[in-house]
Design a protein around this ligand. Sequence first.
Ligand SMILES: [Zn+2]
Length: 338
Amino acid sequence: MHLNRRALIMSSAAGAAASFTLGRIDIAQAQTSSGASSMAMAGSGEQLPGAYRYRLGDFTVTQITDGMAARPLDAGFVVNAELEDVQGALQEAFLPPDKLFIPFTPLTLRSGDELVLFDTGFGESGPPTAGQLARGMAAAGIDPAAVSCVVISHFHPDHILGLTTKAGEPIYPNAEVMVPEPEYAFWMSDDNKANAPEGRRGNFDMAQKIFGALGERVSQFKWDAEVMPGVTAIDAHGHTPGHTVFAIESGDERLMFLADTTNHPALFVRHPDWAAVFDQDAEAARQTRRRLLDMAAEERMRVAGYHFPFPATGHIAKDGEGYRFVPAQWMPVLDGQA
Ligand SMILES: [Zn+2]
């Protein structure tokens, strides 16, 4: 926010004073890269498209940002910790203590002729700072029509709204949509909807609308099944009843797509017993988080976290009672370096 405001001020002041600030550098770069439209982008606070690619055995993985959403940090966000402690954890991570910026990071996996997208972001229906996946895919040279399969971790809006346009048309016209069987069973049930707390009913309506519109394109998979060669669905329930993570394996390289096993790592990787307001069954989510973070740390697996800071991939290390997220280093795309 601070930088954006500065960039605006600098651009309206015609940049006469050549002061050496980050805002000034942003504008100078925008002007040299692609002219006036980029300059407007810098002024509007929009980030550049974000995509980061790496090899995983025979697979190519591309992490693509869908943007982020900011929410004020109130006492209700972490339901079982003191606000003061939560603010302390953010400060320890050099993040603002009064506001939480939650990133969204789908990824694609290319394997031979298959191009698989894991979770979709918000599409046309999210907050103004999200819905960036299409832009990131374009920057990465990925055509939505080339996506052969979309794999969904769970049915929260930031993971499925981008399956269809507002009008209900599929955004990935040639893709099969694969969803976890227990997640589908939960959200498509009118009985569950009737018994749900008021605040959760909208999520049922949204899921039923989207998967109703997709109809025959949708197929379901079970936990422990291979959704495609090298990709295994793992029970990660708690966040939602059918929340699923994916172990992705090629050669001796392994990646775990953690989906929403944790929300922001500065809070929930550091403090795996803390529960975010989004966890439907907080105790089950806590146990899942401990089990999967432990596995990732023990086995030194690469991880990708949907709500981790972009490019949202790296490793998990044990640290005291909790864990630490160690971001991957930016690398050229080379075999054997995933
Ligand atoms: Zn999420």
